[in-house]
Design a protein. Structure first.
Length: 394
């Protein structure tokens, strides 16, 4: 009888906690992905997706929540082999929900794990797998969590803080393809024994990514970021790689850093170069003028030798015409679509392009109705003026 009462009490407590969830998000762990790099090379990756039909890519989905919300991440691990977790990097969470396996919990194949937290200070945070994290983060199991102010504003840094016209997220990472082989990634998990993992002796990345893109991919006008002229832009700078990164802005943009790791700085600083070490996040305000293009250099340096290994370039393209913010936050529904017909919410004033998973363009249009009814079921990507949205045709 006592056991029954205790069991019922636990159920009631669980139901009470779930009843108070303000925001719930399904994140799926995958280990069957491939990534096509700028030179056409294809490498194996792990990653996070939102649907089973979605193609695994890096970074994973960006999660946006509101300050003060009680958030639940429903993590479904569909990977074979090793278990995975979601570590909430930089967020104020208790140990149980922190995603470090031996202190929290791990999620095995086809199981669900529920991570709950109350969204803390507005800012930019990271989520990533913490099972043999040296391997799994490099494999691609990472994404960003953005906490927006409690007043519902999407263009304010925090309640009573700085205002801006739009925000742009830049996430730096690298890929060493020698770490993406079956010998490194294909490790089985035996719950009764520690995971046997082969870690290569050297880490010498050949690809340096911003939001999962590099070199010619970043140079493609479809991957430029479109802003308005004379706008205040809030840049969220993230580094989830193993090299240090320097974001170098044109002097004319008056880069002013005001936020670090989810907290306002006691004193903001004006500098065109912001150094972001692994795991760090900064918030920097910049200003556009009337120039057509602004190039942001992203330097990756070896923290042991301080030698710069690569420099990538992100392009911000201004428009003298007023630009609706929806152009950078595309609202498209339904997604997934059962008949291949999607509707955009007054998003397009110029041509967009839709690509299949092989990178082939299947549609170019400026219509608000996106007709993929003649395409086969699967994942597609629509790109428009620096934005990209994944579309699922069922």
């Amino acid at each position: 009888m006592i056991k029954l009462i205790l069991s019922l009490s636990l159920v009631l407590i669980s139901l009470d906690c779930l009843a108070q969830i303000d925001y719930s998000k399904l994140i799926i762990g995958r280990n069957t992905g491939t990534k096509t790099l700028h030179d056409g090379n294809v490498t194996k990756v792990f990653g996070f997706t939102e649907t089973l039909n979605e193609v695994t890519d890096t970074p994973g989905p960006t999660i946006r929540v509101t300050e003060g919300d009680t958030v639940q991440i429903d993590f479904w691990n569909v990977s074979q082999g090793a278990p995975h977790t979601i570590h909430l990097h930089g967020l104020d969470v208790n140990q149980e929900n922190d995603g470090v396996p031996h202190l929290s919990f791990a999620v095995n194949h086809m199981d669900h794990g529920y991570y709950q937290f109350k969204a803390p200070h507005p800012g930019t945070y990271i989520y990533h797998c913490h099972v043999v994290s040296t391997i799994h983060v490099q494999a691609g199991m990472y994404g960003v969590i953005i906490v927006e102010p409690s007043n519902g504003s999407t263009n304010t840094t925090w309640v009573g803080g700085e205002t801006f016209d739009r925000d742009i997220l830049l996430t730096a990472s690298e890929i060493d393809t020698n770490w993406h082989t079956e010998a490194v990634l294909d490790h089985e998990h035996d719950p009764a024994n520690p995971i046997s993992v082969f870690v290569p002796e050297d880490y010498i990345p050949q690809y340096f990514l911003v939001n999962g893109l590099s070199e010619t991919q970043l140079a493609d006008p479809l991957n430029h970021y479109t802003t308005g002229a004379n706008e205040d832009i809030f840049i969220r700078l993230v580094n989830i790689g193993y090299y240090g990164v320097r974001y170098v802005f044109p002097v004319s943009m008056n880069a002013r850093t005001i936020l670090s790791d989810g907290r306002p700085l006691p004193q903001d600083f004006v500098n065109d170069t912001i150094e972001v070490l692994p795991g760090e996040r900064y918030g920097t305000l910049i200003q556009t003028g009337t120039e057509a293009f602004y190039n942001v250099d992203v330097e990756y340096f070896n923290m042991n030798t301080q030698v710069v290994a690569s420099s990538q370039q992100v392009t911000l393209r201004t428009s003298l015409a007023s630009i609706n913010k929806l152009e950078l936050n595309l609202v498209i529904y339904p997604n997934p679509s059962g008949n291949g017909i999607f509707h955009a919410v007054n998003a397009f004033t110029a041509d967009y392009a839709v690509y299949d998973v092989d990178g082939e363009m299947v549609l170019k249009s400026s219509e608000q109705l996106i007709d993929l009814s003649k395409q086969k079921p699967g994942m597609y990507i629509i790109r428009y003026q620096g934005s990209a949205v994944k579309l699922c045709v069922q």
